[in-house]
Design a protein around this ligand. Structure first.
Ligand SMILES: [Zn+2]
Length: 120
């Protein structure tokens, strides 16, 4: 399907860019909490260190799964981040995700009729 040169990225049409950034920020905080725990352990705050490690690890797993599964095509529910990890060249998944204008599975684009309606 030929797209207009000014076609909008699928992630913007479906208003999922903000979700991507929120989950990314959460992953950063979870990593920070996880990496602080050994320093707390070294300072004899063992229980606090264990709690930080557990909270950071659980948050990291939950947010990673959220990132993989919740950014989807509004038409066919293809998990776009998971698709990008599996099919896009290593290191280019994020730029692909931010620029893709058409669902690789069903072909739904930002300019397809009803795309905005289904995204809400
Ligand atoms: Zn699709």
């Amino acid at each position: 399907m030929a797209l207009a040169p000014n076609a909008v990225a699928l992630i913007d049409v479906t208003q999922q860019r903000a979700r991507l950034y929120r989950v990314g920020a959460g992953l950063g905080v979870a990593l920070l909490v996880l990496f602080v725990s050994p320093f707390l352990f070294a300072q004899d705050f063992a229980l606090v260190a264990i709690a930080f490690f557990a909270i950071g690890a659980v948050a990291l797993i939950v947010l990673a799964l959220c990132l993989l599964r919740t950014i989807t095509c509004p038409n066919c529910n293809l998990a776009l981040v998971q698709y990008a990890f599996a099919n896009v060249a290593y290191g280019k998944w994020l730029s692909w995700l931010l620029e893709v204008k058409e669902c690789p599975s069903c072909g739904r684009s930002g300019n397809s009729p009803g795309a905005r309606l289904k995204a809400v």
